[in-house]
Ligand binder design. Structure first.
Ligand SMILES: [Zn+2]
Length: 122
């Protein structure tokens, strides 16, 4: 099925083609870029640490409330891991944003967990 045209020689080519079979020009830079940003089989697990770290952080924050922190302070602390969980999950759901979004989610959740653990130790 030929449903696209080579921008170099104007011959009909497959939309998924990365190399024109008529003039051998490199194609599909846009398509390849879009696919590279999405979660690949190697990075599908990225939202998992985002959610796990986030939940651990929420649990640690929760256990500090009323002891070391006021409820208002705890609510402020919980924003970080909540944001991490949401960002990590949206990286998996919104494939156009994909990998980078999931990495940001992991980083946010990990940051929330570190802050919560530091507060517990203190
Ligand atoms: Zn061509």
């Amino acid at each position: 099925m030929e449903n696209s045209r080579c921008p170099y020689c104007r011959e009909g080519i497959k939309t998924e083609a990365i190399l024109c079979r008529h003039c051998h020009s490199r194609l599909g830079a846009v398509g390849a870029h879009g696919r590279r940003r999405a979660l690949s089989p190697e990075t599908w697990w990225l939202p998992i640490p985002a959610v796990v770290f986030g939940l651990l952080s929420l649990f640690c924050s929760w256990s500090t409330a009323g002891v070391y922190l006021s409820w208002d302070e705890m609510a402020g602390l919980m924003v970080i891991p909540l944001f991490g969980i949401i960002t990590g999950l949206s990286g998996a759901l919104i494939q156009a944003k994909g990998r980078n979004t999931a990495i940001v989610g992991c980083a946010m959740s990990a940051l929330g967990l570190i802050v919560a653990i530091l507060l517990l130790i203190d």
